[in-house]
Unconditional design. Structure first.
Length: 350
């Protein structure tokens, strides 16, 4: 497929350079930065890198339509590197990019850089590069620098003066492996079980400043509209009735997911939580109203009450974070909350 370079598709075509596209989640930008710098430096500028999150690479241009820009560059790319970290995250957009890349150009290579314990299910049979395995990194580096067919339709080695698996290649591989090791979070396999649901919301400094100027009602509304999800555990996802949610997604998305599972249920607990955060944004201790939330999980008969346990200022990110736990209350057959019931089956001292 021929793409007009004047349309911003890939200026690499205009200068007859191969194009490498880095597909990644926003949170994985540090890993993408390492790959982009490695490719640019080691190729001596002979490879164009498209990284949407970097000002130092080809990326979506101001005033252009984002999807069109992405499609044109994906169609022009000879190689797409998919940076894959944790299966718990939402990979739908990255999968879309990989699909677009191979739709018009089936010869395009998709290289999975596996940065966690498991590969993406779509590419379980594909040859992958395990980022924390030095041998895998060496194989990738050797192919990138010395193979004449690393980029389809480009029959020249990126570094023609390098010998296959020579000392220059090995040195480049060691440096790439070390740089990746510094930015990749270690995902250790193990058991993880939350005793109570946990949610961390955040507001920017500017948003908190605005909330402090509002009255109670407007302040709660502002919290509901502005708060974003910084972290959420599996138990909180379960009671909200949502399987996956991107980091920094609006808190309102969690509320909408819960309402879909519990249509018509009271949302007083939402107002209660927003009030706690509003008061916490003033660095004051909130009062707990103990408004109850019914879990979106129909198999769960318990009810939950949000308790904001901590407020933290994060200067580096210019935001305030609010830790929220959901206290669990068991209910009887009529749905009434059981508090302080003695267990008659407990053995009496005799």
């Amino acid at each position: 497929m021929t793409v007009d370079a004047s349309q911003g598709s890939a200026h690499s075509l205009a200068v007859n350079q191969p194009l490498l596209f880095i597909s990644h989640r926003h949170d994985d930008q540090p890993i993408a930065d390492v790959i982009r710098k490695f490719v640019s430096d080691r190729s001596g500028g002979r490879v164009t890198v498209y990284q949407s999150s970097s000002a130092y690479a080809d990326s979506p241009r101001v005033g252009r339509e984002l999807h069109r820009e992405l499609k044109e560059n994906l169609w022009a790319a000879g190689v797409v590197i998919l940076i894959y970290t944790s299966p718990d995250e939402d990979w739908s957009y990255c999968m879309w990019e990989c699909g677009v890349a191979t739709l018009e150009s089936p010869e395009t290579k998709i290289i999975v850089l596996q940065c966690g314990p498991r590969p993406p299910s779509v590419y379980t049979e594909a040859v992958r590069v395990v980022a924390q395995d030095l041998i895998d990194i060496q194989k990738f580096t050797n192919a990138f620098l010395t193979s004449r067919d690393f980029f389809p339709n480009h029959d020249q080695a990126v570094a023609p003066g390098f010998s296959a698996n020579g000392e220059q290649v090995l040195d480049a591989a060691r440096q790439l492996h070390g740089a990746l090791d510094e930015v990749i979070l270690t995902h250790e396999e193990g058991e993880d079980w939350a005793t109570v649901p946990f949610l961390r919301l955040q507001l920017t400094y500017a948003e908190v400043d605005t909330i402090r100027e509002l009255d109670d009602v407007e302040g709660r509304r502002a919290v509901r509209e502005a708060a974003r999800v910084n972290e959420i555990d599996s138990e909180a996802k379960r009671i909200f009735g949502i399987g996956r949610i991107e980091q920094f997604s609006p808190f309102s998305r969690l509320i909408e997911a819960w309402q879909q599972g519990r249509p018509g249920e009271s949302t007083k607990w939402v107002e209660e939580l927003c009030e706690q955060i509003r008061v916490g944004s003033h660095w004051r201790r909130p009062r707990f109203g103990w408004e109850l939330m019914q879990s979106a999980d129909n198999a769960d008969r318990a009810k939950y009450s949000p308790i904001m346990s901590r407020v933290r200022s994060v200067p580096r990110q210019r935001c305030h974070q609010f830790n929220v736990y959901f206290s669990k209350f068991e209910t009887d057959d009529n749905g009434a909350v059981k508090i302080g019931f003695a267990d008659e089956r407990q053995a009496k001292p005799g």
